[in-house]
Design a protein around this ligand. Structure first.
Ligand SMILES: O=P(O)(O)OC[C@H]1O[C@](O)(COP(=O)(O)O)[C@@H](O)[C@@H]1O
Ligand SMILES: [Mg+2]
Ligand SMILES: [Mg+2]
Length: 351
């Protein structure tokens, strides 16, 4: 019997599979009559740094750049050597690129003011996400958000340039250093993914117009903290089990998010007794992925309201995150609403 080879239906795709990231960015820019090209260049700068971090990640075990750096960051978390290296690589690329005036990074206590009079953009970045997974060879990532500064270009940076809600992002993306390395981004016109071909040193369009399934059967939450979850969430998790959903949790937000974006599912990092505001950071983790989720037709909340509408009040602010397939995020929210007590049914008090 002859085997029928799988061939994707490419008739609805606007760009050929295999278009390079550079070319894609250029073609996209041409679609917007007044685009100046600076945002395009900024995306290229990020892609370049991602290639370098990809190389460092791949050789971490050989080049003595795995393991702890020996210091803690502003959130009191132990920095890994690769956290520091990735931070240097991305901030260097953004500084040299010339389009950025300020950077907020997980690894820096304060805003990095680049003193760049012509920089129009502010970038918030988690240079290396899931860093506890580096030394055990499990997928890690980078997450970035891009904002246009709101005060006049050339004037000193002001807090309102930095503390913008996620609904003001002009672009956001992530890099997944996984079984292959991918860059996924949005500029508010859908979501596209590019796979890195290391021998050619290029990202190629592989996932055009990504669409999040509106339903799914994967739930991703650190169930080790179950006894610290509020009652409504405990009930939602039991509902997932009753429905025989699959539990999948890598412990790298980018990887967990990416899987659920492709397959359908929900990722939850809720408030716990240990972390009453959750663990994830609004500015450089939740906002970017929420923008991407919405652009792909998914949803992101803090369990109650839209992540992208949260007005930040602190640079390293944390937020609970419920993100992924729209119907699943809605359903989880309904469980929280139905049982609004913050007391766990089994276990301890959350607040
Ligand atoms: O171990 P936990 O508490 O489940 O936390 C896992 C979460 O923490 C993070 O690792 C935080 O990211 P960083 O590595 O950038 O600090 C997320 O990627 C991940 O989803
Ligand atoms: Mg992170
Ligand atoms: Mg990090």
């Amino acid at each position: 019997m002859k085997t029928k080879l799988y061939s994707p239906n490419t008739s609805s795709l606007a760009y050929p599979v295999g278009t390079t990231l550079d070319r894609f960015i250029k073609l996209k820019q041409e679609e917007f009559q007044f685009a100046s090209g600076e945002l395009s260049q900024l995306l290229r700068d990020i892609a370049l740094a991602a290639k370098i971090v990809n190389r460092e990640t791949n050789r971490a075990g050989l080049a003595n750049i795995g393991g702890a750096f020996g210091q803690t960051n502003v959130q009191g978390e132990e920095q890994q050597k690769l956290d520091v290296i990735a931070n240097i690589r991305f901030t260097r690329a953004l500084t040299k690129g010339g389009e950025v005036c300020a950077i907020v990074s997980e690894e820096d206590d304060e805003v990095i003011d680049l003193q760049n009079g012509s920089g129009k953009y502010v970038v918030a970045i988690d240079p290396l996400d899931g860093s506890s997974n580096i030394d055990v060879n499990i997928s890690i990532g980078t997450i970035f958000s891009i904002y246009r500064r709101v005060t006049p270009i050339g004037s000193p940076i002001q807090p309102e340039d930095i503390m913008q809600p996620g609904n003001q992002q002009v672009a956001a993306g992530y890099v997944l250093y996984g079984s292959s390395t991918m860059l996924v981004y949005t500029t508010g016109h859908g979501v596209n993914g590019f796979t890195y071909e290391p021998s050619l040193g290029e990202f190629f369009l592989s996932h055009q117009n990504m669409v999040a399934p509106s339903d799914g059967n994967i739930y991703s939450v650190n169930e080790g903290s179950y006894y610290q979850f509020e009652a409504g969430l405990q009930e939602y998790i039991e509902h997932c089990k009753a429905k025989l959903y699959s539990a999948r949790y890598i412990g790298s937000l980018v990887a967990d998010f990416h899987r659920n974006l492709l397959k359908g599912g929900i990722y939850i990092y809720p408030a716990t007794q240990k972390s009453p505001k959750g663990k994830l950071r609004l500015l450089y983790e939740a906002n970017a992925l929420s923008f991407i989720a919405e652009q792909a037709g998914g949803k992101a909340t803090d369990g109650h309201g839209r992540i992208l509408d949260i007005q930040p009040t602190a640079l390293h602010q944390r937020t609970p995150l419920f993100i992924g397939s729209k119907n699943m995020v809605d359903e989880a929210g309904n469980f929280l609403k139905k049982n609004a007590t913050t007391v766990a049914r089994k276990g301890v008090l959350v607040q």
